[in-house]
Design a protein around this ligand. Structure first.
Ligand SMILES: NC(=O)c1ccc[n+]([C@@H]2O[C@H](COP(=O)([O-])OP(=O)(O)OC[C@H]3O[C@@H](n4cnc5c(N)ncnc54)[C@H](O)[C@@H]3O)[C@@H](O)[C@H]2O)c1
Length: 297
């Protein structure tokens, strides 16, 4: 089976490609060259928004994993048009090229950002989708188009909504990097993790390798077409606990520092992971403390 992974130079895309190595014939498409040895050679440079690049990339492919995206919430506020162009029109372009080329299954990597501020936790897939950011809105639009193509074409479609994932492949220098990457970078420099607000806000963290493992299960699973799956650890971790875990893994004598809360920050986020567990027999392997120790190494 031939699989195309868009965003193969990125954090998750590179892990997905690695997880399939040896089992499937893998190719990648990314606008930027890969910094990871595993996806350097298999990534073709191209833009998901370009019809020619998309149709060349999907030619002869059985399954597309669409992972490429504009991924920053902050950037989606500063430049909403680029965010929508990439996440909505780029997705539509990939869907259209895939369906025309006879791709059998299209796996769309969405985001838990589509839920917005949850009304209750844990969040199951049928929780209302009320994104609070342009990024969440563009990822939701990508989902809607993906599911619509499942009705208007013979292509099977499936949507995955990862919660907060992390790994050593996230860029620590990026102003948009996630909280784990920021905390680990600070404790590594001997500086205290900087908590925005009281630290009692909670998140569901999962290692990118585990997200990749679940993606691979979605490539060939039976009876998943038209379905949406959360991807998380199912474990709730407060930001204060996270800061303490990072400090203790570093072995340094530090105390978390506090700063003003982030505007519009969601208080609690936790995935209901029962659909993935029941339909795919998926459970994550990397614990948070193992993942953080790996980052510090
Ligand atoms: N990081 C998280 O916590 C998180 C959580 C939920 C969902 N997601 C989703 O997971 C996916 C991967 O995220 P990541 O953290 O690995 O991000 P990443 O930035 O490491 O990877 C995204 C890749 O997409 C590529 N890309 C961007 N625009 C492109 C374009 N126009 N054409 C071709 N390639 C393009 C980038 O060059 C990059 O390599 C995204 O769809 C994101 O929305 C991320």
């Amino acid at each position: 089976m031939k699989v195309l992974v868009t965003g193969s130079s990125g954090q998750l895309g590179s892990y997905i490609c690695e997880s399939m190595a040896g089992e499937y014939e893998v190719s990648g498409l990314d606008i930027a060259p890969s910094r990871h040895a595993s996806t350097k050679d298999l990534t073709a440079l191209g833009d998901i928004r370009d019809a020619g690049d998309a149709s060349r990339a999907v030619s002869g492919v059985d399954v597309v994993v669409h992972c490429a995206a504009q991924v920053s919430v902050e950037r989606s506020t500063e430049d909403p048009a680029t965010d929508a162009h990439t996440n909505v029109l780029g997705t539509v372009n990939m869907l259209h090229a895939s369906a025309r080329s006879g791709v059998k299954r299209f796996v769309y990597i969405s985001s838990a950002a589509v839920y917005g501020n949850p009304r209750s936790v844990p969040i199951s897939e049928d929780h209302p989708t009320e994104p609070m950011s342009n990024y969440g809105a563009s990822k939701l639009a990508g989902e809607k188009f993906t599911l619509a193509f499942g009705h208007t074409t013979p292509m099977e479609v499936v949507v995955m909504r990862p919660f907060n994932f992390y790994s050593s492949r996230a860029d620590p220098k990026s102003p948009y990097s996630g909280v784990i990457t920021k905390f680990v970078e600070r404790v590594r420099m001997g500086e205290p993790p900087m908590i925005e607000g009281d630290g009692q806000q909670t998140r569901d963290f999962i290692h990118a390798r585990d997200v990749a493992a679940m993606t691979v299960l979605l490539l060939a699973a039976e009876g998943v077409s038209g379905k949406v799956f959360n991807c998380g650890s199912g474990q709730s971790t407060s930001i204060l606990e996270l800061a303490r875990t990072a400090i203790s893994a570093s072995g340094r004598n530090l105390k978390p520092a506090f700063t003003t809360p982030r505007k519009g920050d969601i208080r609690h986020s936790l995935a209901d992971v029962s659909s993935a567990r029941d339909a795919l027999r998926f459970s994550p392997k990397v614990s948070l403390s193992e993942g953080i120790s790996e980052l510090l190494r």
